[in-house]
Ligand binder design. Structure first.
Ligand code: ZN
Length: 342
């Protein structure tokens, strides 16, 4: 099987964005807020948005199943308060659930959390539990910076986040560390803020001792780990200076990287530097980089080509990247697949 662990519903029908615009416009006058029931999207509209986009590309490129979460840049946790995020997250998660019901062999959900800057992380637990228990989701996206580029939250190793980690450990789900839109003009959302956050999350974990408290916790750092694989020597050296254990022992039982780097040399470097056991296939397709690479004639996000094309992986290792590790990092995904006889 080919499991893509990083997909977002970037192609949701326009009614979703229109509802969100109304919600944002109503922040100054809450009585005008749209009700969740005002959003009407039919199953046919969902099918149309998936079959002409993600599913068409999955068939064309030969991937079988996508772990599917709400559009990351739309999470925009900095907008409004907790209630704003709670209503918005519930709507976005439900749409992903409906997609997973329409195409149970192709999509399975990962939850967006109703985070809000400065609000107790435990407030996210109810929505998380609903997604895992009622919707059959298998993972969660955790935003380390709900302020949208101003980094007002404590680092991921801080006890502030522990209620979520405790719940994740109990539910046996990994978190993808995924920021949302940047409202800081210094940081382009997908070109700088996302990659900064990936690098930052890794360094926060390196500095702390989070996995001593949560030995089973699994964090997936997307976009190839930001700058981490390229600067692996720097991180190894910093860990040494900070008198931390070797990275393999300190972080690599708990931290994983995906393959969303959009070119062959990036995948070659990732698979050479980072142990294969820590690399999971993902393409984040129809996401940040949607064009065709003029050097290759193929879409940048046609990531399977790079995995198939790298000389660094044996067939056995390729299996691990495509399927084997995803089943280990997402135990609920493995269980759902087994229930389908896969
Ligand atoms: Zn993403």
């Amino acid at each position: 099987m080919i499991i893509d662990v990083h997909g977002h519903y970037t192609t949701a029908p326009a009614a979703l964005g229109a509802w969100r615009d109304l919600q944002i416009a109503s922040l100054k006058d809450p009585s005008k807020a749209p009700k969740p029931s005002d959003l009407k999207i039919s199953d046919d509209e969902l099918r149309e948005s998936i079959e002409t986009n993600q599913l068409a590309k999955m068939r064309e490129r030969g991937s079988d199943l996508t772990v599917f979460s709400p559009r990351a840049s739309f999470m925009a946790h900095h907008i409004g308060d907790f209630q704003t995020s709670a209503t918005w997250a519930a709507i976005c998660n439900e749409l992903c659930f409906r997609v997973s019901q329409l195409y149970p062999r192709h999509f399975i959900g990962a939850a967006m959390l109703p985070q809000s800057p400065g609000v107790d992380a435990a407030t996210c637990i109810a929505e998380l539990e609903r997604c895992i228990k009622d919707y059959g989701f298998v993972g969660v996206n955790l935003n380390p910076d709900p302020s949208g580029g101003h980094w007002t939250s404590p680092p991921l190793t801080d006890r502030y986040w522990y209620p979520l980690y405790e719940k994740m450990a109990e539910l046996e789900i990994p978190a993808m560390i995924h920021v949302s839109t940047s409202c800081n003009p210094c940081f382009h959302t997908t070109g700088a803020h996302y990659l900064n956050a990936d690098t930052t999350a890794f360094m926060q974990c390196l500095t702390g001792d989070l996995f001593k408290d949560f030995p089973s916790l699994k964090l997936l750092i997307p976009h190839g780990g930001g700058a981490v694989p390229y600067h692996w020597g720097r991180f190894r050296g910093l860990a040494q200076e900070l008198h931390k254990p070797l990275l393999d022992e300190h972080l690599l039982n708990n931290i994983f990287f995906d393959t969303c780097v959009y070119h062959q040399p990036g995948i070659d470097l990732l698979t050479k530097v980072i142990p294969v056991k820590n690399v999971l296939f993902a393409s984040e397709m129809i996401g940040a980089v949607r064009g065709v690479d003029p050097q290759t004639g193929h879409y940048y996000d046609d990531t399977r080509r790079y995995i198939d094309g790298t000389a660094n992986l044996t067939e056995e290792e390729r299996f691990l990247v495509y399927e084997g590790k995803a089943r280990r990092v997402f135990p609920r995904l493995d269980a759902a697949l087994k229930a389908q006889g896969r």
